[in-house]
Ligand binder design. Structure first.
Ligand code: ADP
Ligand code: RBF
Ligand code: MG
Length: 391
């Protein structure tokens, strides 16, 4: 296999989480037309081109007397004004800085126009990654967009690297197709939950899809002859910054305690939607506090679709590693998510799932003692109860 000399990144959905911002703007546009955005409508539109997405939203919400083009035109100014708010995807900064510090060449190949790109990379956290790219290829640089290979080919040519020595990160099926057509190896980090939209991965390929990863946090550079990460804490990947999540404890599927002997406190859907992107799934460790109490507990949390149960709804459910005298439904739950343990997995037996969750708890107990995680238990976020407002 040719050693990797250049790593090329797609932007939206791969390095940058623009999805939440788009959903927020869409929500306010829909509201002006007298409708309330639903999770179903957001889902129906996600991963599509803007006009197609608006068509789906119109259909899903039964919006009348307005076209997709009109809604798009209404959303455009707000998006322009807010692109700088877009956050980096989980593990993006870590990966970029790691490769950069080991002198691996980095480039960006995005369908976004140069003007919009600068807006998207002008945020507090995103500005810093700009100088890391030796080449930046934008939508307006090529005649044919993805799935045509033009943007990837041009980037490799500009930096004088043969396609076989390039590794591409892409979230969209059309981007995976483009990189494959350019003769490059590509890692898919899907933004579309339908796995069948991506080619069957094979690590031994000289070009095409080598892996489909749940997030950049699961990337193992050694598999491509790149330098290994050295920041693991008891096998977990520290999240920098940690995620601060807050919500109300609601009823879950009612099987945690009963079927697994492992109670998990489910967070309400609205808080989840606001805090986590569609692609943020996995098993994490961190700290938790409840209601008016300032006591802080270790927690192992599952975020995602529970492949074992094939859930229709995404959940975030922490198991607090403490025995409580009673339930705490309806209470505020504050979570400080510090480390990534592993991706969600499917299991052939219930016992295997249970054993794995207990292993996650053991990893959590060991990792949370590490100085880097221990200090986070004193974070003000965990100690401050949100004042109740009369409704
Ligand atoms: P559900 O399906 O409704 O989430 P579970 O069987 O998973 O039900 O139990 C979760 C509930 O149990 C939580 O909402 C909380 O009120 C309570 N609970 C008690 N001890 C714990 C614990 N250690 N971790 C999480 N939740 C707990
Ligand atoms: N469910 C899965 O389907 N796959 C997993 O890999 C998985 N890992 C978990 C890890 C932890 C630490 C916890 C607390 C739960 C996990 N679950 C997983 C979720 C489990 O299926 C869920 O808690 C029950 O379905 C109860 O809702
Ligand atoms: Mg539960």
């Amino acid at each position: 296999m040719t050693p990797v000399q250049l790593v090329i990144f797609d932007l939206d959905g791969t390095l940058l989480n623009t999805e939440q911002l788009v959903a927020e703007v869409a929500r306010s546009v829909v509201k002006r037309h007298g409708k309330t955005m639903t999770l179903e409508a957001i889902k129906a539109g996600s991963g599509r081109k803007p006009l197609d997405a608006w068509d789906k939203v119109i259909e899903e919400l039964g919006l009348e007397g307005v076209t997709a083009q009109q809604l798009y035109d209404e959303s455009e100014p707000s998006l322009r004004a807010r692109w700088h708010e877009a956050q980096l995807m989980p593990g993006a900064a870590r990966l970029l800085w790691h490769l950069h510090s080991h002198h691996v060449m980095l480039a960006l190949a995005t369908s976004t126009s140069r003007d919009t790109l600068h807006r998207k990379l002008s945020g507090k956290d995103t500005e810093g990654i700009k100088p890391l790219f030796k080449a930046v290829n934008c939508g307006d640089d090529n005649q044919h967009g993805k799935p045509a290979p033009d943007c990837f080919k041009a980037t490799a040519r500009e930096l004088d690297v043969p396609p076989a020595a390039c590794l591409v990160f892409e979230d969209a099926p059309s981007g995976v197709e483009a990189a494959t057509a350019a003769g490059m190896r590509v890692i898919a980090v899907p933004s579309i939950l339908d796995k069948s939209a991506y080619p069957q991965p094979d690590l031994n390929r000289h070009s095409g899809c080598c892996e489909v990863l749940p997030s950049l946090l699961s990337f193992v550079p050694e598999r491509y002859g790149l330098p290994a990460f050295t920041d693991h804490i008891h096998g977990t990947v520290p999240l920098t910054p940690p995620w601060r999540l807050k919500g109300t404890v609601v009823k879950g599927f009612g099987r945690g305690s009963k079927e697994l002997g492992i109670p998990t406190a489910n967070l309400d859907a609205a808080s989840l939607q606001a805090a986590l992107s569609e692609t943020t799934t996995g098993i994490y460790c961190g700290w938790a506090s409840i209601g008016a109490s300032s006591a802080v507990y270790q927690m192992a949390m599952s975020v995602g679709w529970n492949p074992f149960y094939k859930n229709e709804k995404k959940t975030a459910e922490p198991w607090l590693l403490h025995t409580f005298p009673e339930d705490f439904y309806g209470e505020e739950l504050r979570l400080m998510v510090c480390g990534f343990i592993r991706p969600e997995a499917d299991f052939t037996t219930l016992d295997a799932l249970i054993a794995r969750i207990h292993e996650d708890a053991n990893v959590t107990r060991a990792a949370m003692q590490h100085e880097k995680y221990a200090v986070m238990s004193k974070d003000a976020f965990l100690l401050e109860t949100t004042p109740q407002t009369a409704s």
